[in-house]
Design a protein around this ligand. Structure first.
Ligand code: FCB
Length: 451
């Protein structure tokens, strides 16, 4: 097949994604409240080199310029997140009108540039006030989220059609509550099942209030799906990879698609005493129905695969998986993983539509003597992943759009500014933006709707 033949269906949506804390800066301006990421990044030792999102890409002040760059690229959609504490400094109650105005102006500018806004409500920056009261360990946080979703729907729902409730709850669980790599920096495995449940409940309630406050909205959630591939053909590796798939993927997919929690997951937590019975059970009557509200689309963030090896199995078979090259993030380039994720999710869960809400690569290429950024590896990466997505489309997967992570180089969480995922280079000293070669290449892909 020649490259020219990689054509996408008419109406396929090409976009790029960002998240509030990673780009906005202005962490304490215009009435914004503190988030768990402010607190975490300001705590010594948490983020590499002590870096913070205090300024980041200064997008809060430079959003006009950034929208102009998006228009220049021909982006058809832009996925960004709202900073919850910018709208509700305490997580609930008093509304910060300046925060509402900021997103309202951004949405207007996007629409004027012909770019569809895709709004994510929670991309990890929980208001610190809610965390102080217990955060996602509390059911009340899901109630606060519903209030926040209603506010966002009331103020932006007349113009924003596409909504993601949560971004990657799995990372909030593992990195945030189990391993303390991310905010809120907890080492509390016992809290994990309740935290997961309350996030799912927030999703369900949030989606339901958006249905009322943003009529005609298309509502989904963004899950990060890493296929868990056994390292060999042994039974031990197969069993462990299935369990990992349950812990990382099925725990969300099953409950979102109306199947309840996987029985083995529930049994595991009950045995550990992390999931109480009776009146103390955090799953209340009606919760599972509330979570399983029909989704208009499923958002999939996809980067790589995990290779699963059962190190404890005595008579395991030799490893047969050969890992490919890695990006600067240490993540393997494995485009076929995107194909297997898309076809598997379609086969097993039948979502109405799927968007790839994030995919991209970290490569550190910097401006050369000619002032340009020749990021050939990112172009090759995207070319292979786009081709894998198109193969899934040909096999009947209802893939409706693709968001490259990320529009701009930005604050990569606990890794600070060391990882550059952007289509656009950012000089963090001067805030100068330079379109990388990949951005120019992507402009062509969008214009031709294919490769
Ligand atoms: C995803 C996050 C996103 C970004 C990319 C690299 O897990 O959703 O914010 O950090 O990884």
């Amino acid at each position: 097949m020649t490259e020219k033949q990689v054509v996408f269906p008419q109406g396929f949506i090409w976009g790029a994604a960002t998240a509030a804390y990673q780009i906005e800066g202005a962490w304490n301006e215009d009435g914004r409240g503190e988030s768990v990421w402010d607190r975490f990044a300001h705590t010594p030792g948490r983020v590499l080199y002590g870096q913070t999102g205090d300024v980041a890409c200064d997008h809060y002040h430079r959003w006009r310029e950034d929208v102009a760059l998006m228009r220049d690229l021909g982006l058809q959609a832009y996925r960004f997140s709202i900073s919850w504490p910018r709208l509700l400094p305490e997580g609930q109650g008093t509304v910060n009108q300046k925060g509402v105005d900021f997103y309202s102006r951004l949405v207007d500018a996007l629409l004027e540039a012909g770019i569809q806004p895709f709004v994510t409500l929670f991309h990890w920056d929980l208001p610190q006030t809610l965390q102080d009261a217990g955060g996602w360990r509390n059911r009340a946080t899901a109630e606060a989220f519903a209030e926040y979703a209603a506010l966002a729907g009331r103020t932006l729902g007349d113009r924003v059609k596409y909504w993601c409730t949560l971004n990657e709850p799995q990372v909030v669980l593992g990195a945030g509550h189990e391993h303390a790599w991310h905010a809120p920096g907890l080492n509390d495995p016992a809290s994990v099942p309740a935290v997961a449940h309350h996030m799912m409940l927030a999703h369900g309630w949030g989606a339901s209030v958006l249905r009322c406050t943003a009529p005609g909205a298309e509502i989904g959630i963004a899950l990060d799906i890493w296929p868990q591939e056994p390292a060999s053909g042994s039974n031990a590796d197969a069993r462990l990879s299935q369990w990992r798939d349950c812990l990382a993927n099925r725990r969300f997919l099953d409950v979102l698609f109306g199947r309840g929690y996987p029985v083995e997951l529930e049994a595991y937590y009950r045995r550990l005493g992390y999931w109480p019975e009776g009146a103390d059970d955090f799953v209340k009557a009606g919760d599972l129905q509330a979570i399983a509200v029909p989704l208009d689309f499923l958002g999939i963030n996809h980067y790589s695969r995990s290779v699963v090896r059962d190190q404890e199995a005595r008579d395991n078979l030799p490893v047969t998986i050969v890992a490919g090259e890695k990006t600067d993030m240490g993540w393997e380039v494995y485009p076929n993983g995107l194909y297997t994720v898309l076809t598997r999710i379609w086969r097993e869960y039948r979502p109405r539509r799927i968007f790839i809400t994030e995919n991209g690569a970290s490569y550190s290429d910097a401006p050369g003597p000619d002032g340009k950024v020749h990021d050939a590896r990112r172009i090759a990466f995207l070319r292979h992943y786009f081709t894998a997505a198109q193969r899934a489309l040909q096999d009947g997967v209802p893939l409706a759009g693709y968001f490259v992570w990320s529009l701009l180089d930005n604050f990569e969480w606990a890794l600070g500014y060391t990882q550059r995922f952007g289509l656009i280079w950012v000089d963090y000293q001067t805030q100068q933006r330079i379109l990388k070669d990949s951005a120019l290449w992507y402009r062509q892909v969008i214009a031709e709707n294919g490769l």
